[in-house]
Design a protein around this ligand. Structure first.
Ligand code: SF4
Ligand code: SF4
Length: 374
């Protein structure tokens, strides 16, 4: 099998459809499992995946160093390397320069193929403007230390338009998948890039694993159609979009890597029947909503720290996917202890504020009991 590649005129490079996202390497004792992760990188390179996307903060700031070590086993021109400026750490122009040099050193390279401002938003645009970071990026390009510049992005269409206006970005990285397309209007962001002819790099195509398994009554639609993995539908869906240059997948084991390679080798865009199946799956998933929380946040803030809408979201997603591992991770790793459901003191201050009339303390108690048993 050989990974499909796409040539992008505006970038002047041919990129593999699948890029290796370097934020979820296999780990051992909370550190990157060097041997397993190295084996995956070698396997990826041998199968045509020669695009690597990392960032300063991934794996407790160790992803860049690890990647630098392993990739030095290959000729520099044989792979594309992307990392991102941790803009939240920039408090002066000198900081940007210092961080950039530190990143090159960790990555064992004297140039980057792509350098992105990390996780841009309206707030972070203020930092960019204050310290002239766009000009900083342009200078790096002029110096030959960076070949292409861009940013990853999490905010509205309006903010995206503001960031693009009057600037020459080569690429933008967006969170695109068939769930977020309508749920958080990711399609508007995608169309902004298409309008400006800026290639889109896609992150979270499987939405952190949410689109990799569903409750049996939902996933049967896909399983009856083909034996392909549930995640492969999501990967093919994004890769079928014409302005998508690279789909990034943060892979944690060989099985995921091999599955992604087989999905994007000899790539076939989804056909009409497959697209209809995805529509059906999305509709059915939307109907699995045991807690009718809309995420309006009228109930917040809870004086005892409970992140009520977040707990309800994790629980609803658990019921849609029935994926225990991802739910455990969302609830026990990504949600801080002080924000979990068991911190509810049943003061009932939130109850009258909820337009959906949810028995918030009662539901929180049941949810914590159920999730703690996973
Ligand atoms: S009932 Fe629970 S969740 Fe609601 S405000 Fe009181 S402590 Fe917070
Ligand atoms: S007020 Fe009700 S619907 Fe709104 S976020 Fe809180 S629990 Fe959800």
């Amino acid at each position: 099998m050989r990974m499909d590649k796409r040539y992008f005129e505006s970038l002047g490079v041919e990129l593999p459809r699948l890029g290796f996202g370097c934020m979820r390497f296999p780990t051992k004792d909370n550190e990157i499992d060097y041997d397993k992760a190295r084996e995956m990188i070698h396997y990826a390179m041998a199968n045509g995946i020669n695009y690597f996307d990392t960032a300063y903060n991934y794996h407790n700031e160790d992803s860049e160093r690890f990647l630098g070590k392993v990739l030095s086993e290959f000729p520099r021109e044989s792979y594309y390397l992307t990392t991102k400026l941790p803009i939240w750490k920039v408090e002066s122009k000198e900081d940007a320069e210092r961080l950039f040099n530190e990143q090159l050193k960790k990555l064992n390279t004297d140039y980057l193929d792509f350098y992105l401002l990390h996780a841009m938003s309206a707030e972070r645009k203020k930092i960019m403007d204050k310290f002239n970071l766009y000009e900083f990026m342009l200078n790096k390009k002029k110096e030959g230390k960076v070949k292409h510049i861009g940013f990853s992005f999490h905010d509205t269409k309006e903010v995206l338009e503001e960031l693009i206006a009057g600037r020459n970005w080569d690429v933008v990285q967006l969170q695109i998948n068939y769930w977020d397309w309508n749920e958080i209007d990711a399609k508007s962001l995608y169309y902004v890039l298409e309008k400006h002819n800026i290639p889109c790099f896609v992150m979270e195509p499987v939405r952190g694993g949410f689109l990799s398994s569903f409750a049996p009554q939902v996933e049967r639609h896909m399983k009856e159609y083909s034996s392909n993995s549930i995640a492969s539908w999501a990967i093919r869906w994004v890769s079928s979009l014409p302005n998508v240059a690279v789909v990034l997948s943060g892979m944690s084991n060989m099985e995921q890597l091999k599955d992604n390679i087989s999905t994007l080798s000899n790539f076939r865009p989804l056909n009409d029947e497959e697209l209809k199946i995805i529509d059906k799956v999305v509709e059915e998933l939307k109907n699995i909503n045991p807690i009718p929380c809309t995420g309006c946040r009228y109930c917040m803030d809870c004086s005892f720290g409970v992140d009520i809408p977040r707990v309800f979201k994790i629980y609803n997603e658990y019921k849609k996917t029935e994926n225990k591992e991802i739910t455990r991770r969302s609830y026990f790793n990504f949600l801080k202890e002080e924000n979990r459901a068991d911190k509810c003191k049943k003061c009932k201050a939130c109850v009258t504020k909820c337009p959906q009339h949810i028995d918030i303390p009662g539901e929180l108690e049941k949810i914590h009991r159920e999730l703690a048993a996973l």
